[in-house]
Design a protein around this ligand. Structure first.
Ligand code: GLY
Length: 377
């Protein structure tokens, strides 16, 4: 469908490139997560967010060909080798981490080493599949006595593209089979009839029986964590992209309709859509950014008569993030997009820029500009 380029888009893109180049001078090949007091805190490479900064560098590199940005992204990928080889620190977030580093690098530079790394990551991810419960196990026991073999989380929808890529590149369909089995479990146990989602579902890891639901990063088990909703919206759309199975796009639309029905006036979501009045309604701009990029893909996958609804919604969110949440001329702030909320129940990184908010915002801009390479696809 012929689309009009929104007027603000070039301005937003130029601001993004300028700011990314500037902050890259301090961040280098580090792994930023949350910006506290204006400075991105750099995490250890095993933290789940390690792919977003190199992913953002690749997005900007593809359009502006700044070799310095490419080198930094490659250095981040190399630094992740220690995590891949250590193995004990790896969990289901392998997808987030190696899709935005090694698959990105492979797609843009055809690096054989990047392809090998991404395949290795896919094998580890596939190895987390619980055959009885048909789910990918989320985490490892990080503390003595912790038993989380039965936990699966909605975020994992976004890790499935690594498996589909592995099947495509290797010619071996096993990886895709696992991704599809996991996503069928998501449809059965995570997506509520109204389109809201559970964050954590608990299974008996021996029998595979579903034994409960947990609140996780949302307010409560029956609340509606907005970033989880965004992970589902985008992840289900990607499941449709990779499999062509109708049930995924139907569910993606249901989740999208719920998400859009809950947005406040400025189209940027609160951290949870279902919280009592006494709980502060902080925004989570990262949920808005992720949903916006997912909505733009959903628009590409739906027929002409429906596409405009999703496309316009994605544009509306991105434009609001750009105009009302951006830090373009603020040299005291490294984050691009303000007001993200990482983990409200644990009181961590509330109302701050988050690297995944920045990443999905930039990805959304790239989609709107007709970008050629999408790392999840
Ligand atoms: N658990 C990943 C996230 O914060 O969305």
């Amino acid at each position: 469908m012929e689309r009009q380029i929104p007027e603000w888009l070039n301005e937003a893109w130029e601001s993004t490139v300028r700011k990314t180049v500037r902050i890259s001078e301090r961040i280098g090949s580090g792994f930023p997560h949350a910006s506290v007091g204006g400075t991105y805190v750099l995490e250890e490479p095993h933290w789940w967010t390690a792919g977003f900064w190199p992913g953002l560098l690749w997005l900007v590199y593809e359009e502006c060909a700044d070799e310095r940005l490419r080198k930094l992204a490659e250095q981040c990928e190399e630094r992740l080798d220690a995590v891949l080889h250590d193995y004990t620190r790896l969990d289901h977030d392998l997808g987030f981490m190696w899709t935005l580093t090694s698959i990105a690098s492979y797609k843009l530079t055809q690096s054989a080493e990047s392809r090998r790394r991404a395949l290795q990551a896919a094998n580890y991810l596939a190895g987390r599949f619980n055959l009885k419960g048909r789910y990918i196990r989320a985490w490892n026991p990080w503390r003595e006595g912790e038993d989380n073999a039965g936990l699966a989380i909605i975020d994992c929808c976004m890790n499935m593209p690594l498996l589909h890529w592995a099947s495509r590149t290797s010619g071996d369909p096993r990886y895709s089979h696992i991704a599809q089995a996991h996503m069928e479990t998501v449809l059965e146990h995570f997506i509520r009839p109204d389109g809201s989602v559970y964050h954590i579902v608990q299974f008996d890891p021996s029998t595979g029986a579903c034994v409960g639901k947990l609140g996780g990063q949302g307010y409560a088990p029956e609340s509606a964590w907005s970033r989880g909703t965004a992970w589902a919206l985008y992840g289900l759309t990607l499941a449709y992209h990779h499999t062509g199975e109708r049930k995924y796009i139907d569910a993606a639309k249901r989740v999208a309709h719920y998400f859009l029905s809950q947005l406040p006036e400025d189209s940027v979501p609160y951290w949870d859509f279902r919280i009592p009045p006494e709980v502060t309604k902080y925004r989570d701009s990262s949920a808005g950014a992720c949903a916006a990029s997912g909505l733009l893909l959903l628009a590409e996958k739906t027929g002409e008569l429906e596409a405009a609804t999703y496309h316009k919604a994605g544009v509306r969110i991105l434009e609001s993030l750009y105009r009302n949440y951006g830090t373009w001329d603020d040299h005291t702030e490294e984050g691009l997009i303000k007001h993200g909320t990482s983990h409200y129940p644990e009181g961590k990184n509330i109302d701050v820029p988050l690297i995944y908010g920045d990443y999905y915002f930039v990805e959304g801009l790239v989609r709107l500009r007709g970008g050629r390479t999408m790392f999840w696809e």
